[in-house]
Design a protein around this ligand. Structure first.
Ligand code: PLP
Length: 273
């Protein structure tokens, strides 16, 4: 397996970053996960726009997007696979043992892992911890993901694959690695970005392609929604058949099934929508 580091391809076994890299010591980094179908990245331009927005939010120098594109292409070419997940990581780089940034420039790593198409439906749980809709990192795709790791472990303990957060004012927000949509009176709704959720690429495409509305939703909407689904780069559109103890029969419901169809058709036709 070849990855991109220090401006070129390296063997993953011998590639090294500093043990004082701030991505490791203080979680000062950002990332993108990009789906690659037969070696071709999906929605790469949107992912690179978000990478730049996240860098600016953290005060990191803008990533060199030409290099990131070259890195993605080189890693994909070196590691052929039918369905892959590119992982672009960009950190504050080697720094002092504190939170101040050092003189060294950022670290860019591009790696690739194999993935599989997700099942059409899944179970989710809600967790008692909240997303902060007004934090310095809100809406940025940072490597400070430990809270998501803890919540996802909770989901797995309950036989689910995703955990859903409310924000600090009790509104539905997002999952650990996905956005959430609900169907009410036949219409699709998803929490607005002001809820504190990530501006998911899949979320945005589903809004554009289905006309889903951005609506403030209380967490308990999950107890009455006719249908619920998740979106993410690796899940695409995935129906929810259980939320906590509530079973949703007939999953995927008709509105979700249509959203899945529309997404598959449009995404399949245009790799850089
Ligand atoms: N929300 C969070 C916290 C995420 O980490 C992700 C993706 O990893 C998403 C939402 C979905 O975003 P996207 O559709 O861009 O993958």
């Amino acid at each position: 397996m070849k990855i991109w580091l220090d401006g070129g391809l390296q063997d993953i076994e011998s590639a090294r970053v500093s043990v004082f890299d701030h991505g490791l010591t203080v979680g000062d980094g950002i990332f993108e996960t990009v789906k690659a179908v037969d070696g071709r990245p999906f929605a790469l331009t949107r992912h690179l726009d978000r990478l730049t927005r996240s860098a600016r939010g953290l005060g990191l120098p803008d990533p060199d997007l030409d290099e990131v594109r070259r890195a993605c292409a080189a890693v994909l070419e070196a590691n052929p696979m039918p369905l892959g997940r590119l992982r672009i990581t960009y950190t504050g780089g080697h720094g002092p043992l504190g939170s101040d940034r050092g003189e060294h420039g950022p670290t860019l790593v591009v790696a690739l892992g194999e993935t599989a198409r997700r099942p059409d439906s899944t179970a989710v749980v809600t967790v008692p911890w909240t997303r902060n809709e007004r934090g310095a990192l809100t809406g940025l795709k940072t490597t400070s993901y430990a809270e998501n790791v803890v919540a996802l472990a909770r989901a797995h303990e309950h036989g689910a694959t995703e955990a859903l957060f409310a924000n600090t004012v009790g509104q539905l927000c997002e999952g650990t690695g996905s956005n959430v949509f609900v169907v009410l009176d036949g219409e699709i709704h998803t929490p607005p970005l002001a809820s504190g959720c990530l501006a998911g690429i899949t979320r945005q495409l589903v809004i554009e392609w289905t006309g889903a509305k951005e609506t403030d939703l209380p967490l308990d909407v999950l107890e009455r929604a006719e249908e619920i689904f998740l979106t993410s780069t690796l899940r695409d559109v995935q129906a929810v058949h259980r939320v906590d103890a509530r079973e949703l029969t007939g999953t995927p419901g008709p509105v979700t099934a249509k959203a899945m169809r529309v997404f598959d058709e449009r995404a399949g036709a245009d790799l850089d929508p």
